[in-house]
Write a protein that binds this ligand. Structure first.
Ligand code: FEO
Length: 172
């Protein structure tokens, strides 16, 4: 049976992953409206990935005899200044998520819950990858500066980094 302290920390992490999914959905929508189709696809995909991160935690917690409790969340921003603004915010958010995961890992060690600690290793590795990917994208955006051509290429590249999105249904 999972300890109450760990259960609480995992439920908070479930909320953070769910919130990450919402933020990236809002950002994807902004990109779609503002002509960045590739970035929109990339971020819609990323939003799905965050939902997968959330679900993984939900199943683990429930399997360990805990109870998933979903929490209230704020609405994410609707307006963004630029693609650069979006990826700066993503990187900042991912660093915050990494810190949160590291704290859970530390708590698992303090509480001698090595099973959950072991499970959290997956998230630690995932965060290393996410921070590095976002850093790389941001570097490219910074290099492009205000160049429309540069941003166009980055958008294309982001599009090629994501699975194709099903077209919106147009039922008549
Ligand atoms: Fe689930 Fe992007 O961290």
């Amino acid at each position: 049976m999972i300890k109450e302290k760990i259960e609480k920390a995992l439920n908070e992490q479930i909320m953070k992953e769910e919130y990450s999914s919402r933020i990236y959905l809002a950002m994807a929508s902004w990109c779609e409206i503002n002509g960045y189709e590739g970035a929109a696809n990339y971020l819609y995909n990323h939003s799905d990935e965050e939902r997968m991160h959330m679900l993984k935690l939900v199943h683990f917690l429930n399997d360990r005899g805990g109870t998933t409790k979903l929490m209230k969340m704020d609405a994410p921003d609707v307006e963004y200044k630029s693609l650069k603004d979006i990826f700066e915010k993503i990187l900042k958010h991912e660093i915050y998520i990494s810190e949160s995961i590291n704290e859970i890992y530390g708590l698992c060690m303090d509480e001698k819950d090595y099973t959950t600690g072991n499970f959290m290793q997956w998230y630690i590795n995932e965060q290393i990858e996410e921070e590095s990917t976002m850093n790389g994208i941001l570097d490219k955006i910074n290099l492009a500066g205000d160049s429309k051509g540069g941003l166009f290429h980055i958008d294309k590249e982001l599009g090629s980094m994501s699975a194709p999105r099903p077209a919106a249904e147009t039922e008549e």
